[in-house]
Design a protein around this ligand. Structure first.
Ligand code: AMP
Length: 178
């Protein structure tokens, strides 16, 4: 497959904008057409991992739920493990938890306390950066387990929501920016 010739623009064309989902006023970025295309999916993984040498990190950390799709494929490519950050109540063993504010209410994310050894070098991946609350909570969880975040990668960034403000001090990259 010639994934080297596929650019972020080609990926962007495969993302469907669904207005008013899951509630009025939200423009949902639907990645399923991209995932269904083998070449585009492979190119997305190549682009998400292009700064990292296979074997040079200990794990790719993925965020529940669409982040898992990209993070697990990236982990295979980078020859390292995959570690999930999940919504509270989903992981079965001892967890660290981190709560962050939403527009209405709050959300809590969790990671297994034994998921990574202190000093582990990790890349964090999610499908989309919006307000940054979710990824910010994930960075706090990774600090609780003592991991070193080498890079944070998103397929999509909604830059007008200033999510990067919650990720200050970390190298953040996104393939497609709106
Ligand atoms: P946030 O915490 O505001 O940065 O939201 C990021 C999380 O919410 C990601 O895990 C996304 O999967 C999801 N998300 C937020 N906004 C959208 C959107 N417009 N389209 C698709 N997913 C979204």
């Amino acid at each position: 497959m010639q994934t080297q010739t596929i650019t972020s623009d080609s990926l962007a064309k495969a993302i469907r904008n669904v207005p008013d989902f899951p509630k009025p006023g939200i423009q949902f970025k639907d990645i399923t057409p991209l995932l269904a295309d083998a070449e585009l999916f492979a190119a997305a993984i190549d682009l998400l991992t292009r700064n990292i040498q296979p074997g040079s990190i200990d794990a790719v950390v993925g965020i529940d739920a669409r982040g898992f799709i990209f993070a697990s494929a990236a982990a295979l490519k980078l020859q390292c493990g995959f570690v999930p950050v999940r919504k509270k109540g989903k992981l079965p063993y001892d967890c660290h938890e981190e709560t962050y504010d939403l527009e209405y209410g709050s959300n809590t994310m969790a990671i297994h306390t034994d998921s990574l050894r202190p000093g582990s070098r990790v890349v964090l991946i999610d499908d989309l950066l919006a307000t940054g609350g979710t990824a910010g909570a994930a960075t706090s969880l990774l600090q609780k387990v003592g991991a070193e975040i080498i890079e944070i990668n998103f397929l999509i960034e909604l830059s007008f929501l200033n999510g990067r403000d919650k990720l200050k001090g970390f190298p953040v990259r996104s393939l497609i920016t709106y």
